[in-house]
Design a protein around this ligand. Structure first.
Ligand SMILES: C=CC1=C(C)c2cc3[nH]c(cc4nc(cc5[nH]c(cc1n2)c(C)c5CCC(=O)O)C(CCC(=O)O)=C4C)c(C)c3C=C
Ligand SMILES: [Fe+2]
Ligand SMILES: [Fe+2]
Length: 321
């Protein structure tokens, strides 16, 4: 029997099409209307979204996007996701496996990429959301989007969905190696702060395993790096809105550390496969300023795995290829 024609889809969150207020507003409208992301009753949330969020948030977010947008490459998240899929394809050369990428919000959409694969006669689809830690707000939303498109197909392909890889040895080893590499280039600072994107706290009580996945990832990284308890810390960033989110908050921690005698930190974001607004603007720029103003002396941001060969190799191991 000939092998089925297989395709890998690397799925990520997505970015606005341009760092302009109308494009960012369009993006936020699609993103924040997703019931997986904001779980409030629809009529109430519609009023808040259109009355409070969409008139103001796009202006603030656009300024942030403009700081990280590359004139040639565009959004870092989109650029690195595309490059990572090319790196995977290069490593699979000769194996007749197509590699593509798709975004949950914005372009290229999951539906459009699935249709391209259908045209190509793909018989087996492996979907790898680029979220190492599972969350209903991210991973499950990608699943919803896939199913929404596939629901309309008469002839379904075989299908595999990777729900997380938060403790996969290849992923842990790749992130640990990237941290060791940074420490070889410049000696390590007093504390390694591992920052993960936050979530409303309530989701954990409702059964979302994200908080536990983040803690497991962080503990495994600390173990691989031979760190003791006082050498590292886990924090949660990017709080949105007024509800309580996962704690400790990144900003509060960075403001408090110098007063506790910790004036040098290394920051790493093991929940982000590729660099994006949340790492390059929030962690590497905004939070650096907050730490230094609070009395910090050295602040290094260690970048994501991005389109490195080591990252592509780790993801192939996650896919069992
Ligand atoms: C209710 C709001 C949000 C939840 C819940 C949330 C969860 C969540 N997000 C990521 C990863 C990313 N988020 C990014 C941007 C971003 N996130 C929110 C809100 C929530 N995220 C907003 C409003 C934005 C847009 C920017 C802003 O206005 O602040 C990004 C970066 C996108 C880019 O273009 O670079 C990523 C990546 C995870 C992993 C997560 C839950 C686990
Ligand atoms: Fe987010
Ligand atoms: Fe943010």
């Amino acid at each position: 029997m000939p092998a089925p024609k297989t395709a890998i889809i690397l799925a990520n969150l997505g970015s606005p099409s341009a760092p302009t207020v109308p494009a960012v507003r369009r993006f936020l409208k699609e993103f924040l209307w997703d019931p997986r992301v904001v779980n409030l009753p629809r009529p109430l949330w519609w009023l808040i979204l259109h009355g409070v969020v969409l008139p103001f948030r796009p202006g603030k977010s656009t300024k942030a996007y403009q700081k990280i947008w590359d004139a040639d490459k565009g959004s870092p998240l989109t650029f690195f996701t595309r490059q990572l899929s090319a790196e995977l394809a290069a490593q699979l050369a000769g194996r007749d496996i197509t590699v593509t990428y798709a975004m949950r919000y914005g372009e290229p959409s999951i539906a459009s990429q699935l249709r391209v694969l259908k045209e190509q006669g793909i018989e087996e689809v492996l979907v790898l959301p680029l979220y190492p830690q599972y969350s209903s707000t991210t991973t499950a939303s990608i699943y919803d989007d896939l199913v929404k498109e596939l629901d309309q197909w008469r002839h379904l392909p075989s299908f595999r969905f990777i729900s997380d890889y938060h403790q996969h040895p290849a992923y842990i080893a790749a992130v640990a190696d990237s941290i060791r590499q940074a420490w070889r280039e410049q000696p390590k600072n007093a504390l390694l702060v591992m920052s993960f994107h936050g979530l409303p706290e309530q989701l954990t009580q409702w059964g979302d395993p994200y908080f536990h996945h983040c803690h497991k990832t962080a503990a495994l990284l600390a173990e691989q790096l031979g760190l003791s308890e006082q050498d590292w810390k886990i924090v949660f960033q990017s709080r949105f809105g007024k509800a309580e989110w996962l704690k400790p908050y990144c900003v509060d921690t960075l403001q408090a550390l110098p007063g506790l005698g910790v004036t040098t930190v290394d920051m790493v974001c093991p929940g982000f496969a590729v660099d994006c607004l949340e790492t390059l603007e929030e962690i590497a720029m905004e939070n650096r300023a907050i730490f230094m103003e609070a009395g910090g002396e050295a602040y290094r941001y260690i970048g994501c795995l991005n389109d490195s060969t080591a990252h592509a190799q780790a993801l192939l191991a996650v896919l069992g290829l």
